[in-house]
Design a protein around this ligand. Structure first.
Ligand code: EPU
Length: 418
């Protein structure tokens, strides 16, 4: 298992190329199931999760190639209709094959994802929506077994906005008969990206990115012709906190402010400065940040995927910051590890109180999930002395060449493979 050794304390300066967004690439890859032929997607990051999705598609009989950021998926033939436990347990986003398989082939057997480090994460709303569209669903031995004749349009209300739930139902609805309305739908930029890709395939979708999405089903879609994935706002946000905590100066190439507003406003309040340039966003920080409170929310609120990294930044802030996690019930796994690096954080229920300290001190720590790992990298880059971050396979699931990108801007970081 690889680990990272970081000797912190250096201000990081230079340019960082932001990769394509993992959480946009994964659903767009499954959208290829909706059509027959060769699909080409560009700016797909080289990540563990993308490889797992490739393996899942290959397991269905679909041909998958990924080279130099370009994914080619030949979905002419499907031989198998099952997403097995072995693949789904390693990546929850595997559930995104359910909607497209049911829409195109009228059948799918997908392992139930089960809980994970950050919460129970049920898929009840995905299933409720598909049932409303006419699917017959039963749960058997840990699998969702779904069948349908042609799906039909329906009005579906989400009790709480769900990102992959909205994506699954949007993909189911594009080939359904009639009109589907998704109410209280998720509004994340990745939803808009998927909708834009589906529209490029011939789908009729209105309102993606707003709370109500209207989809008129169609009989057939064209393959994806060179669709480019949006930049990864969470990778960009993570580098923003890195510039902040190291008092650095980073130009984040390719990222877009409109995807990052809530986070950037909060970071500006802490004292970090941003300047939009022709190529991206320049982030500079000269002083210790001021403490600010956050509450995670579905988009356009503060993203839960940035909570851990923001907490790392607040651990050295002037003052006390209150951090409330409202999206997932167990997303504080990084707290015990941040404490090992010297942070002063206490938790009560879904609220963390972070008392800023002047200095962090390097320590051995363990990554527990993707964004928790990122927060440990953020903290270690500012800590005095050496930190070793174990189990960084979590980081490799969602950050493309992060150690290399950090080294290029002056970080003292080393990957040890064992
Ligand atoms: N929920 C239900 N029932 C459902 C679906 C969701 O109760 O049927 C609940 C969840 O348990 C959670 C809330 O609704 O409390 C929101 O979860 P959501 O469904 O939106 O999360 P997701 O679609 O499983 C995606 C991202 C996550 C990101 C969340 C929230 C992908 C592949 N994953 O997950 O990304 O944290 O939205 O923004 O898009 C990550 O990249 O590190 C990551 C975890």
């Amino acid at each position: 298992m690889d680990r990272l050794i970081i000797r912190g304390g250096k201000p990081l300066k230079g340019e960082v190329e932001i990769s394509g967004a993992k959480n946009a690439a994964l659903p767009i890859m499954t959208a290829s199931i909706l059509t027959s032929g060769e699909n080409t997607i560009t700016k797909v990051p080289d990540l563990k999760d993308v490889k797992i999705m490739g393996a899942l598609l290959s397991n269905l009989g679909i041909k998958f190639r990924h080279h130099n950021g370009i994914v080619v998926i030949d979905s002419s033939e499907i031989k198998n209709f099952e997403a097995p436990y072995e693949l789904v347990k390693t990546m929850r986003a595997s559930v995104l094959v359910l909607g497209p398989m049911l829409a195109r082939y009228g059948r799918a057997k997908v392992s139930l994802p089960g809980g994970c480090a950050i919460g129970a994460r049920p898929i009840n709303m995905h299933l409720m929506g598909l049932e409303k569209m006419g699917a017959r669903i039963k749960l058997d031995s840990g699998y969702v077994i779904a069948k349908a004749n042609r799906l039909k349009g329906a009005s579906i209300y989400f009790d709480t906005p769900t990102v992959t739930g909205t994506e699954n139902l949007m993909m189911a609805a594009v080939l359904a008969k009639g009109t589907t309305i998704l109410e209280n739908a998720a509004r994340e930029p990745e939803i808009i990206d998927l909708a834009n890709c589906l529209i490029s395939m011939g789908a009729r979708i209105k309102g993606a990115g707003e709370g109500i999405i209207e989809i008129q089903g169609t009989d057939e879609l064209k393959p994806i012709r060179k669709y480019e994935i949006i930049p990864d706002r969470i990778e960009a946000g993570t580098f923003m906190t890195i510039a902040g905590i190291t008092r650095g100066d980073l130009l984040l190439k390719g990222c877009r402010r409109e995807h990052l507003d809530a986070l950037m406003i909060k970071l500006e309040d802490t004292g970090i400065a941003f300047k939009e340039t022709k190529t991206g966003i320049r982030v500079t920080a000269n002083n210790r940040p001021s403490a600010k409170d956050i509450r995670t929310m579905p988009h356009p609120g503060f993203p839960t995927d940035m909570q851990a990294q923001f907490m790392a930044l607040m651990s050295i802030a002037k003052g006390t910051s209150i951090i409330k996690e409202t999206v997932f019930e167990n997303r504080f796994m990084h707290v015990a590890e941040l404490r090992r690096i010297g942070a002063d954080i206490s938790i009560e229920g879904n609220t963390a109180t972070v008392k800023g300290v002047e200095k962090l001190k390097g320590a051995p720590v363990m990554a527990t999930d993707l964004r928790a790992s990122a927060s440990l990298v953020v903290a270690a880059l500012c800590a005095e002395g050496e930190s070793t971050i174990h189990r960084i396979y979590h980081l490799d699931r969602g950050y493309e060449r992060m150690d290399e990108k950090l080294r290029q801007v002056g970080a003292d970081i080393e990957r040890v493979t064992s």
